[in-house]
Design a protein around this ligand. Structure first.
Ligand code: CA
Ligand code: CA
Length: 481
């Protein structure tokens, strides 16, 4: 019966979900010798983008219970895991636009999801895949790399759209609001869009390419709705769920603008205050994380089996984080650690420190210049990030860059190794000491003894705060934004 699924298909994902370090990963430690992109040729790039994945990845230790992410963990084990990486914005469009153009939201004026197609704001921007395409690469994009799923031939030689037809087990469907909805799925794995994306990526990795390959694959999950095959929910029995440790009066010392962000999709939904309901939300998010991880495994297995195993630079990142109840918030769109911290892994040629973690503060804005640097492409003058190559070579290399995260015009967070400083557009502030307060419970901004720290942090704020892009006429709403 089709609705019940197909065991052999299921096993396909199960194998990926339980994968251990494979031959591909081992091969990364050896000098590149493969195919056209051998010695002296630029490496291929496998660019894996994940939606709304916070630091609840096994190797990042963000979840207080046990999360099953064997494939992201094995990638990290063969590369550098940046443990203090932050998004430039805490919602999809500005984050992805800045990753793909190398330009900050505060420079482009692209601050929010709605109404802001990046090409209108930056008609002359050279996107990351566009630069690779212009420099001899065959560029393939699958699904959500850009927020608007930009299929422009300027960036992509080939662009593949996701196909999805989910089979919801209706008795498990639950909707609290637009940001918190979940259900278990049945039916063939292949019908789920993220599996389709992974298999499409695998198909491209089986092909012979005359040019070096830039392969971008963008997974939709764990973005809501939290829909995943039932067996991934089964990985997390409700009685095993660990809710994040929170401080009940945490928002008392937060300025009104921070409180307003925390209320988005959270305040006014009494169900979200029920710990039993909270366990279901956490379970569903974890299920989607592990399901996405299994899809990552399909791609990594395909790379391992491909002619490109030995000369491919793999990078994996998420566009921003997610709150699961911290600061009474159940969404993204804030300037706190849960929203800004993201998984970010690089592995392959040019990443000699296999299995190392790097705790230096880096930004996703740094990804574009890093890939350009690692692949030996001409630099792009407009880029505002920094190449991470010094840290890939030596995690103790001199590095004095803060990560800036922006949400709306002139609302910024500045993250350094020790501090998080937030300043909203009305001048209100927050300051947290990560050495003593990693959960950011105690706002130090009004304490006079930290005035000097605040001044030093404020000096790192962006000097440009562009006006927001004008809002064009409203378009029909699309799912999965
Ligand atoms: Ca997102
Ligand atoms: Ca607090």
């Amino acid at each position: 019966m089709e609705f019940r699924g197909n065991m052999s298909r299921r096993n396909f994902l199960t194998r990926a979900g339980c994968a251990t370090v494979g031959a591909w990963a081992s091969s990364l430690a050896r000098p590149g010798t493969a195919r056209a992109a051998g010695h002296g040729n630029p490496p291929n790039v496998l660019f894996i983008s994940i939606e709304d994945l916070n630091d609840w990845v096994g190797c990042l230790d963000g979840y207080e219970g046990v999360v099953h992410t064997p494939n992201m963990d094995r990638l990290a084990a063969r590369g550098v895991l940046f443990t203090n990486a932050h998004a430039t914005a805490t919602v999809c469009n500005p984050s992805r636009t800045s990753v793909m153009t190398g330009i900050r939201p505060s420079t482009s004026g692209i601050y929010l999801n709605e109404h802001h197609p990046y090409r209108v704001a930056m008609p002359d921007a050279i996107t990351l895949p566009q630069h690779f395409k212009n420099n001899g690469y065959h560029t393939v994009g699958i699904n959500k790399i850009f927020h608007g799923r930009d299929a422009s031939p300027l960036s992509w030689d080939v662009y593949e759209r996701m196909k999805e037809k989910v089979h919801v087990i209706e008795s498990t469907r639950h909707r609290i609001n637009r940001a918190v909805t979940w259900a278990q799925l049945d039916g063939p794995d292949e019908d789920v869009g993220d599996v389709y994306c992974a298999q499409t990526a695998a198909r491209h990795l089986k092909q012979v390419h005359d040019k070096p390959l830039f392969l971008g694959v963008g997974f939709n999950r764990p973005h809501e709705p939290y829909f995943a095959p039932k067996r991934f929910f089964d990985l997390y029995p409700l009685d095993s769920i660990v809710l994040p440790t929170v401080s009940p009066d945490d928002l008392d010392d937060v300025p009104p603008m921070g409180k307003a962000l925390a209320a988005t999709y959270s305040k006014g939904f009494p169900e979200l205050e029920d710990p039993e309901v909270q366990k279901h939300v956490v379970q569903a998010y974890l299920a989607c994380i592990s399901f996405t991880d299994a899809c990552v495994g399909i791609v990594l297995d395909a790379l391992e089996a491909s002619p490109y195993a030995e000369n491919t630079l793999a990078v994996l990142w998420s566009d921003h984080g997610m709150h699961l109840g911290e600061k009474s918030h159940w969404c993204k769109m804030t300037l706190w650690e849960e929203s800004t911290r993201v998984p970010f892994i690089m592995a392959g040629p040019g990443v000699p420190q296999a299995g190392e973690a790097c705790d230096r503060v880096v930004s996703l804005l740094d990804m574009y210049p890093t890939l350009v640097d690692c692949c030996g492409l001409p630099p792009v003058a407009a880029l505002e990030g920094q190449s991470l190559r010094p840290l890939l070579n030596d995690r103790d290399a001199p590095w004095d860059h803060a990560a800036i995260t922006t949400y709306g015009k002139n609302n910024h967070a500045v993250r350094t190794a020790r501090w998080r400083y937030i300043r909203y557009s009305d001048g209100s502030e927050e300051l947290y000491d990560h050495d003593k307060d990693p959960k950011e419970w105690t706002n130090l901004a009004k304490r006079t003894e930290f005035a000097k720290v605040k001044t030093e942090m404020a000096a790192k704020l962006p000097k440009v705060n562009a006006e927001p892009m004008p809002v064009p006429p409203k378009e029909p709403k699309k799912r999965g934004q």
